[in-house]
Design a binder for this molecule. Structure first.
Ligand SMILES: [Ca+2]
Length: 350
């Protein structure tokens, strides 16, 4: 296609989109989506970038992070999350920790919050250890109970340990509902980095988040009472985070927890897949065309952790897809959102 003709067609498409938007204007004041981030913070480093992106989306008024819960059973996982939240000016966001979870090893980057510069912590945080954090399931119940019905989005980017246990949780001081009924009443969407729905190099892939807690993964897909959108292993692989962005886009601070984590995980330059970022982006901006969606169906988890998608109308499960154009757009969105500076104190939306 000749460039001029392509440009004219592009302008036409843009004009049509603008006309459609004018016909269906978004409200001048939007209600930020209440968001829960359930993460295995401390294993791979995409969780850290995803949390930074959530703060950028909150600063823009598009989401409100009501709780973060960790499924990584290391004492520094919850304090690390608290340190990142504090860096972004939101150290009061509640952080819950798994009890008796998986992956107890320290990992490669949680230790950056122990760094001392001239007698002062480089990354201040109030939470000192996982044992000081509330139990994740109790916090999930409390956070859900406080929100409007059908309003909450959850991004699960680690294991299914916390959300599977939430389903079986009994009535408590936060809510008279069972966990399953509380989820059915409050949650609009579970967007999760989970499984694999395309072969990787011609082979079936057993995805990490699933195989580390297979019983919880099986329970979650079988019993979750609302819509689930899965980001399979293949999506994050298809959208690598540009190494040059880590080297040049975060220099507004002498020390940045996202950069320090990235470097501690693997010395730069390298392009890390954006697995967890994809689930966050879809949870907050599902209608912006960054991804395509499969048809409706049902995901199942085999005893060895292999995930399978079976098309079935009314199944309630879909998985993300991405065209080359969407890969380009999502990459740029990730770069701009992850590297967005923290708001100043006077600007910080809570
Ligand atoms: Ca993760």
């Amino acid at each position: 296609m000749k460039p001029i003709l392509a440009a004219i067609l592009a302008i036409g498409t843009c004009a049509a989109q603008a006309t459609a938007a004018a016909a269906n204007p978004e409200p001048r004041t939007q209600n930020p989506i209440p968001l829960i981030f359930d993460t295995d913070m401390g294993n791979d480093v995409d969780d850290t970038l995803a949390l930074g992106m959530i703060h950028a989306l909150q600063s823009r008024g598009h989401c409100r992070l009501i709780a973060v819960t960790s499924t990584k059973d290391h004492p520094l996982s919850a304090p690390f999350i608290d340190a990142v939240n504090t860096f972004y000016g939101r150290g009061d966001i509640p952080v819950g920790a798994v009890r008796g979870g998986v992956t107890p090893e320290k990992g490669k980057y949680l230790g950056i919050i122990e760094t001392i510069d001239d007698g002062r912590p480089r990354y201040p945080h109030d939470l000192r250890g996982g044992a000081d954090a509330p139990d994740a399931v109790s916090l999930l119940r409390k956070a859900l109970a406080a929100e409007a019905d059908g309003s909450v989005a959850i991004a699960q980017v680690g294991f299914s340990s916390n959300l599977a246990r939430l389903l079986d949780s009994p009535a408590d001081a936060a809510s008279p509902l069972s966990g399953r009924d509380l989820v059915a009443k409050k949650v609009r969407l579970l967007s999760l980095m989970f499984g694999a729905f395309q072969p990787i190099k011609g082979k079936t892939h057993k995805e990490y988040n699933v195989i580390k807690d297979i019983p919880a993964a099986k329970k979650l897909v079988a019993e979750w009472p609302g819509p689930m959108v899965f980001s399979g292993f293949e999506i994050g692989i298809a959208i690598p985070y540009p190494a040059e962005s880590i080297l040049r886009d975060y220099r507004y601070e002498p020390h940045h927890p996202l950069v320090d984590s990235y470097a501690a995980y693997m010395p730069p330059p390298h392009c890390r897949p954006t697995w967890d970022l994809t689930s966050v982006l879809y949870a907050v901006w599902p209608d912006r065309g960054y991804f395509g969606l499969s048809g409706d169906g049902t995901v199942s988890v085999a005893d060895d952790g292999v995930t399978t998608f079976a098309p079935s109308p009314g199944g309630g499960h879909r998985y993300l897809t991405a065209t080359p154009d969407q890969v380009t757009r999502a990459t740029e969105a990730f770069v701009q959102l992850c590297s967005q500076p923290p708001p100043t104190k006077s600007q910080t939306p809570r």
